[in-house]
Design a protein around this ligand. Structure first.
Ligand code: IPE
Ligand code: IPE
Ligand code: MG
Length: 248
């Protein structure tokens, strides 16, 4: 987390923002459009939010784009979401690279079509040395799957029970090396975690807005950062000054 002194910037900029980009379907329904039109509009919006993150100096942005449970949607929608990821990589990779965005993938790649796996790996490889913003794309991601995968890896590595610590568990997750999210934003008003970063969110601040993801613009993002700036993160502790003059 970093403090800013610029009057146009929020007082505190979270080092890591994670977003549950929800409400694309309802956004489309409200306009009498097919759900996929909502997903496309959501992708357009993502471009704006990535730019805002670069501008505000956010170090890490994690976006929830496709959950392990989203396979349960109709084939047409699942295929459409796969196509959208492919299109985004084709159309946006060079600009993201120019902006200094480092793309990482969170989740299981091996369940995606081979051509898509290759595209994702290529995007990760092409941008690996960029450092302006780390963009974690959670695609075919589930928090429980991530923990199960981590435990499987630990057992394969022969990790002894005594050496299992919270720090070690973190190293076995898809987010290894990424600081825990300071702020998690969920658009469209649902008050649930939906299997997103369930380990990493232990002490994240939450911001939920009724705005659907395609309408969550830079101003709305700025509002979330302003609210974050005013949060008192205690991590289970109490502020020392409250004890001044008391004897315990
Ligand atoms: C979020 O929008 C995007 C994905 C889950 C891929 P939804 O598709 O969940 O939109 P709603 O919640 O049905 O409105
Ligand atoms: C969470 O949204 C997943 C993504 C945004 C990718 P969902 O729309 O799938 O979550 P639920 O079903 O409302 O919990
Ligand atoms: Mg939804």
């Amino acid at each position: 987390m970093s403090k800013t002194s610029h009057p146009n910037l929020p007082k505190q900029i979270p080092q890591h923002v994670a977003i549950i980009m929800d409400g694309n379907g309802r956004w489309a329904l409200k306009r009498g459009l097919p759900r996929l039109a909502g997903h496309k509009a959501g992708t357009e919006n993502l471009r704006r939010i990535i730019k805002a993150c670069v501008e505000f100096g956010v170090g890490y942005l994690t976006i929830y784009a496709f959950s392990t449970e989203n396979w349960g949607r109709p084939h047409e929608e699942v295929n459409g979401l796969m196509r959208i990821l492919e299109d985004v990589i084709d159309k946006e990779l060079s600009e993201l690279n120019e902006q200094g965005v480092q793309i990482r993938h969170l989740g299981r790649l091996d369940q995606l079509a081979p051509a898509l796996q290759e595209k994702v790996m290529d995007a990760v490889h092409t941008t690996q040395h960029n450092s302006k913003l780390v963009l974690n794309v959670a695609f075919n991601y589930g928090g429980r799957d991530e923990i199960v995968h981590g435990i499987q890896q630990m057992l394969k590595d022969g990790v002894s029970p005594e050496s299992v610590t919270p720090e070690l568990v973190s190293k076995y997750l898809y987010t290894a090396g990424v600081p825990d999210p300071d702020l998690i934003i969920r658009t469209s008003g649902e008050l649930r975690i939906s299997n997103f970063l369930i380990w990493q969110a232990a002490y994240s601040e939450w911001y939920v807005t009724p705005t659907y993801w395609p309408d969550f613009n830079k101003e709305e993002f700025r509002k979330a950062l302003d609210e974050f700036s005013n949060r008192d993160r205690r991590y289970g502790k109490v502020d020392a000054p409250e004890y001044e003059g008391t004897h315990v």
